[in-house]
Design a protein around this ligand. Sequence first.
Ligand SMILES: NC(=O)c1ccc[n+]([C@@H]2O[C@H](COP(=O)([O-])OP(=O)(O)OC[C@H]3O[C@@H](n4cnc5c(N)ncnc54)[C@H](OP(=O)(O)O)[C@@H]3O)[C@@H](O)[C@H]2O)c1
Length: 429
Amino acid sequence: MAAATRKLPSLGTVFLTGATGFVGGAVLSRLLLEGAAERVFALVRARDAEHAERRGREVLFKLFGEDRDRLRSAAQRMRWVRGELGREGLGLEATDRDAILGSVDTVIHAAASTRFDLPEPEARAINFEGARRVLELARQIARGGRLRRLAHVSTAYVAGRRSGRIHEHELPGPEGPFSNTYEKTKAAAERLLRSHMGELPITVLRPSIIVGDSRTGRTYNFNVLYYPIKLLHRGLLLWCPGRRNTVLDIVPIDYVSEAICRLAADPEAAGGTFHLCAGDDAIPLRSFVDRIRDYYNEQRTQTGHDPLPRVAIIGRWRWRLILWRARRRLAGRAREQLEAFNLYLPYLLTEKIFDTTEARRRLGDALPYPPIASYLRKVAEYAVTREWGRRVSWDPSLVHSGLFRDEELGTIVEGAGDEGEQAAVERDA
Ligand SMILES: NC(=O)c1ccc[n+]([C@@H]2O[C@H](COP(=O)([O-])OP(=O)(O)OC[C@H]3O[C@@H](n4cnc5c(N)ncnc54)[C@H](OP(=O)(O)O)[C@@H]3O)[C@@H](O)[C@H]2O)c1
């Protein structure tokens, strides 16, 4: 894709949540690298201001560490502010809050708990109450006459357990039904934001299952879809639950992050909800497992290994029986892994098509959608070369090399010491 060469529209000064995460990090990279933001205030969970700065430097290093000029330019336009979605006023210090109210034009809320198994009160405290607090901050910015947009990163799976074609304007009520507390609390946040769309310029962005970069396969996040891919690669995926019409809706991170920036800047997108999804290009489960398996088998042939077995797509009841038997036999880590796989099932068993009409219309030629077939192999290849996150995407030895120590960057080298390295490795694992 030529996306990286097209200039992004300006968002002014941005307040961003979730910058230490997968989506927020990719958005931050675009804001800083492609000139979309003059300055960025990024919310970061930290013990104290020093810890916040250190976590921030780790993020910048992870995003730009290989390029000294980019790292310097990015660091100069960043301010890391300590905060927490679960605390009133986002736990912001008064000086940070004043600086945000006095200069921020655009709010991008990409922080959330993406765990599917959190008890509802905990998931709600982060995903719903967090969104409410970000909304409150946006309202205060608007009172000062500055707010251009509040862009809220949601998920296409707020649709819950519905099947069929899901349109961008549709949103279920409190009873769903939902597959888990993640979907339920993200949908509650969307309902809250919708009720304020008449008063504030709010845009809701709904990605589906996000995978690595469409050009390189690069990712820091090896959750959800990478789990079955890993089992497949190891020859451990013999059965996969699914139905005749089951499709996987996956979308690459470069498309998602650029779409977030473009729609957040688009005046016509205020008051809109957009599916950042594959939509009609969603890939049938059968075809997905076959393509990944074919790719790994090509590699195995070259190295003289036996081909991987064909994966049988089985019905829900047969899967439950296999699960029941396995649960009786397995313990410890193996049992945990089985349960983790089971948590992702709602996303493997989906028979929904997310309608992308509005998103594609607004993004138009400025951001062409990259078809799944054009990048699936890169995703599978990158996961293997990075050992599903065990090898971090940047080389920690660089951090200790002294290469990036200079006056403008301050103590950036200290920021990625043992603790940071460990955190990055754990996050990627
Ligand atoms: N990844 C996907 O496939 C996908 C698909 C659809 C939608 N989404 C949406 O995209 C958004 C970002 O997801 P992601 O994949 O980037 O998740 P992620 O990698 O787990 O990152 C989550 C981010 O939220 C922050 N966060 C979590 N709890 C917080 C709290 N209590 N206070 C402040 N910050 C908090 C995390 O900070 P720490 O570093 O401190 O933990 C991190 O920066 C979410 O809204 C999610 O619903 C993601």
